[in-house]
Design a protein around this ligand. Structure first.
Ligand code: DX5
Ligand code: ZN
Length: 220
């Protein structure tokens, strides 16, 4: 099954509730939390996620690009996020953190930067619901897609298939109508798209087009 989870990073931050309302076809809303330490950019934190949680019925997919997720991530689950994703490069006790997030009712995601190997998450695949592969260096929207991550996506798909757990494989960064087919062929099934959606004349139509393009690659 294909899922499209648009990022609001390139949306109009003065009217986030309205921007979310423009994409009713989205499977979830991807929220990029950045702390200016793990990545060289600062976006928003818990208070904005709490506010959006009360302002929309859309599932919220929180992507934490922050240091010390062991300390900060559980509050995002308590805020009502459907899923909370932390970076394996930043977590000190990822298994414990995954269990704490699940205990608070969230789906659990683990993310890898472009140069982080698939083996880094091998030991935690039995504890997560989503693996997020960054296909740009995290920090900013609208960067070009890095094809060099595709062999890693394929390796992760094989590792997931060898296990008994259903784990979604999410691509994040530079996903567009031009790149989504290659991601599907490598084994991804869940797609973050920021600039492709919010720079389109009709964002919801772009969500539908991305889904259709992905499904066509799945069948083809
Ligand atoms: C990058 C973020 C992504 C990004 C996606 O650090 O994690 O979610 O905003 O934006 P595009 O689709 O424009 O690359
Ligand atoms: Zn993201």
């Amino acid at each position: 099954m294909i899922r499209i989870t648009p990022s609001i990073l390139n949306a109009d931050f003065t009217r986030l509730r309205d921007e979310i309302a423009r994409i009713p076809s989205a499977d979830a809303i991807h929220l990029d939390v950045m702390d200016n330490h793990f990545v060289p950019n600062l976006t928003f934190g818990l208070s904005v996620v709490q506010a959006l949680s009360g302002a929309t019925s859309a599932p919220l997919d929180v992507h934490l690009m922050i240091e010390d997720p062991d300390r900060w991530a559980p509050a995002y689950a308590e805020a009502g996020a459907q899923s909370v994703t932390f970076h394996i490069e930043a977590a000190r006790a990822p298994v414990r953190l995954a269990q704490e997030l699940r205990a608070r009712g969230a789906r659990v995601g683990v993310a890898l930067n472009p140069a982080t190997s698939a083996e880094m998450v091998a030991g935690i695949l039995g504890e997560v619901d989503v693996v997020l592969v960054m296909s740009v260096e995290p920090g900013f929207g609208a960067q070009p897609f890095l094809d060099l991550v595709l062999p890693k996506v394929a390796a992760l798909r094989r590792m997931i298939a060898a296990g008994s757990r259903e784990v979604w494989l999410q691509m994040d960064g530079g996903v567009s109508l031009e790149t989504i087919g290659r991601c599907v062929e490598a084994g991804a099934d869940t797609f973050v798209a920021g600039s492709a959606v919010f720079r389109a004349d009709d964002p919801d139509q772009m969500v539908c087009q991305l889904r259709a393009a992905a499904q066509a690659s799945l069948i083809g």
